[in-house]
Design a protein around this ligand. Structure first.
Ligand code: AMP
Length: 359
């Protein structure tokens, strides 16, 4: 067990690292952030930082020397950097897990191998493969980059009239994945924490609404049948166990119109759809991460309130002041100075009395 007073290394300087650092501080841990800018959201609230590019191997070594355990707060950390840290200090989740979830093909093949349903998909290595796969899967379909896609970046919706060469060019990578389009009833996610002792704790399934491919609103709990919510939570636990996860995992899912669940994506870190847990649950997803990677017992995922979380994206943040007048609203700002379209600047969680009859 890593005792309070130890130092948690956080690779990445964004808002997920910021909220992890705040949870760590509350439990008496120091945090040391590895980021590429000294005003990054996580750096602002941490006791130490290494500001360097990932290519600076000396800086990575100094970071590893200064910490007791490391975790990462964004998906696309080069795995080689994590392995370099892992050679010196424990890294949770492990670099091997990050390697699986960073790559949409590897991720889906893994999910299939453990019996979890995903969208239909094909690997696409060029325009010819795209034509063949489109003939098989039909249209609409979604062409995505295998790596480095998030918030809809690197995604093209293949409509019946779209030219395939043009779609391939717009996707903009040398390897892609074509997915059948899911005409879903709603999108849901489950966040699950797992400790080194195998203990698992899942939060209730939530419903996620996206605008322009970016998460806009999370409704907690999801307004789906209790059996579906239970199934979603069981899937998330199964994935965490099969990955051998130590940390926090978000499982994004489509709930289909016929009442099935397809897993869309995994994120082996705290997730935007779990921000509501800070204000509405006994233990937030960020505190769970700290507990899991430090070998502390996981906390209760019970929620004392229902919640609706709304992201403040780009210029939405200008309206932050009004949230302070709402008695049931909790405002979170990430300390980002530059407002850009699509940039997550903060969020508001509105608490509601806990509904009866929900798990
Ligand atoms: P992703 O980057 O895979 O999480 O996709 C971002 C968003 O695009 C998802 O949350 C969905 O709203 C939408 N999307 C992605 N893949 C599909 C699909 N195969 N069918 C329908 N909608 C999708």
């Amino acid at each position: 067990m890593l005792l309070p007073g130890s130092t948690i290394g956080i690779v990445g300087g964004g808002q997920l690292g910021r909220m992890t650092a705040m949870a760590a501080a509350r439990l008496g841990y120091h945090t040391h952030v590895f980021a590429n800018e000294d005003d990054a959201p996580a750096v602002q609230v941490s006791s130490a930082a290494t500001i360097a590019p990932f290519s600076d191997t000396g800086a990575v070594a100094r970071f590893a020397a200064a910490i007791d355990v490391a975790t990462c707060e964004f998906e696309n950390v080069p795995v080689a950097v994590l392995r370099r840290v892992a050679a010196r200090k424990p890294v949770s989740p492990s670099p091997a897990i990050l390697e699986t979830v960073q790559d949409r093909l590897r991720e889906k093949n893994f999910l299939r191998s453990i019996g979890v349903a995903t969208t239909e998909f094909r690997e696409i290595a060029g325009p010819d493969a795209l034509a063949a796969a489109t003939a098989e899967l039909g249209r609409p379909a979604v062409l995505k980059t295998v790596r480095f896609g998030y918030d809809g970046k690197g995604q093209v919706l293949l409509t019946p009239e779209m030219n395939l060469d043009e779609a391939w060019r717009r996707m903009g990578a040398t390897l892609g994945i074509l997915e059948g389009f899911v005409d879903f009833r709603c999108e849901a996610s489950v966040i699950v924490a797992r400790g080194a002792d195998g203990a698992c704790a899942a939060y209730p399934a939530v419903e996620n609404r996206h605008v322009n491919h970016i998460l806009d609103t999370t409704i907690a709990p999801a307004t789906i049948e209790p059996e579906l919510a239970t199934e979603a939570e069981a899937i998330a636990r199964h994935v965490a166990e099969q990955l051998g996860l130590v940390g926090v995992l978000a499982v994004e899912m489509f709930v289909t119109k016929s009442g099935g669940i397809l897993v869309n994506e995994l994120a082996a870190r705290p997730h935007n759809s779990g921000h509501w847990t800070i204000d509405a649950c006994m233990t937030s997803q960020f505190e769970q991460l700290v507990r899991a990677i430090c070998g502390l017992p996981l906390g209760s995922t019970d929620r004392h309130s229902d919640a609706v979380m709304t992201n403040l994206i780009g210029r939405d943040v200008a309206d932050w002041r009004a949230a302070l007048d709402e008695p049931n609203a909790k405002l979170h700002l990430y300390g980002k100075s530059a407002v850009r379209p699509g940039r997550k600047m903060g969020h508001i969680t509105r608490l509601l009395p806990r509904s009866s009859g929900t798990p």
